[in-house]
Design a protein around this ligand. Structure first.
Ligand code: DC
Length: 220
């Protein structure tokens, strides 16, 4: 089989992770969660109490950081930060709300994008993020833009957090999601963009299986 690169870009809560994981499994190819990398770097910067506004300081942390995806032996992946498993820690509200600092820093993006490209040079993969079809893998075999109604994306996040037993304020969560959308769409480097070569899939009202099936229809 020739190397195949499938990219899934889209806003937070559109269901990219679950769908991308399922696709990777079905096609028996690797899965690349680029958001997890920005999150891991943010976690490290927060722990080191780096000034998040200081792009050069963030770049220097990135250069000294090793982020790896490790097979958990049960069909899933764990993410490690300098050898420490941070799969749960990177999903905290604090990390979620501060990741825009690392995501908007061009010098940080250069480093992470290079790492992502290298990952894709060696294998077939399904990658998800914001700039995968535009910056990381512009030559991808299939490019998808996964969208969903903002209200439904909020409801999905709420269900997810409830299932994890987390306590949160619903209105604040909705506001955070809208702000994240705005930041993702408006940053100068690597913004979330829907381009004409992307196949747009709207997952509003669809289950993960239905969404994955829609994508597979295009691939087949
Ligand atoms: O997909 P996610 O919610 O895990 O992404 C976390 C943050 O990282 C989000 O605020 C956008 C940013 N991100 C990015 O800028 N570029 C990517 N390729 C992936 C994520």
């Amino acid at each position: 089989m020739n190397r195949i690169i499938i990219t899934l870009d889209g806003p937070a809560g559109a269901g990219k992770s679950t769908v991308a994981k399922q696709l990777a499994k079905l096609l028996n190819i690797s899965y690349l969660d680029t958001g997890a990398m920005y999150r891991a770097l943010t976690l490290k910067a927060l722990r080191l109490e780096i000034n998040m506004e200081d792009e050069d300081a963030l770049k220097s942390v990135a250069l000294k950081t090793k982020i790896e995806f490790v097979d958990d032996g049960q069909g899933g992946l764990r993410i490690t930060l300098d050898g420490e498993d941070v799969s749960e820690a990177i999903r905290s509200l604090d990390v979620t709300n501060n990741t825009f600092y690392t995501a908007r820093a061009g010098k940080v993006r250069e480093i992470l994008v290079e790492w992502q490209k290298a990952f894709g040079r060696a294998r077939s993969l399904v990658g998800e993020g914001r700039d995968l079809g535009t910056v990381v893998f512009p030559e991808a075999t299939y490019k998808f833009y996964l969208d969903a109604d903002v209200e439904e994306r909020c409801q999905r996040r709420i269900r997810e957090l409830r299932a994890q037993g987390k306590v949160f304020d619903e209105e604040a969560l909705k506001k955070d999601l809208r702000e994240r959308d705005q930041k993702d769409l408006s940053r100068a480097v690597g913004p979330l963009k829907k381009t004409t070569d992307m196949i747009v899939i709207d997952s509003t009202g669809l289950s993960v299986e239905q969404t994955a099936y829609k994508i597979l229809e295009h691939i087949n």
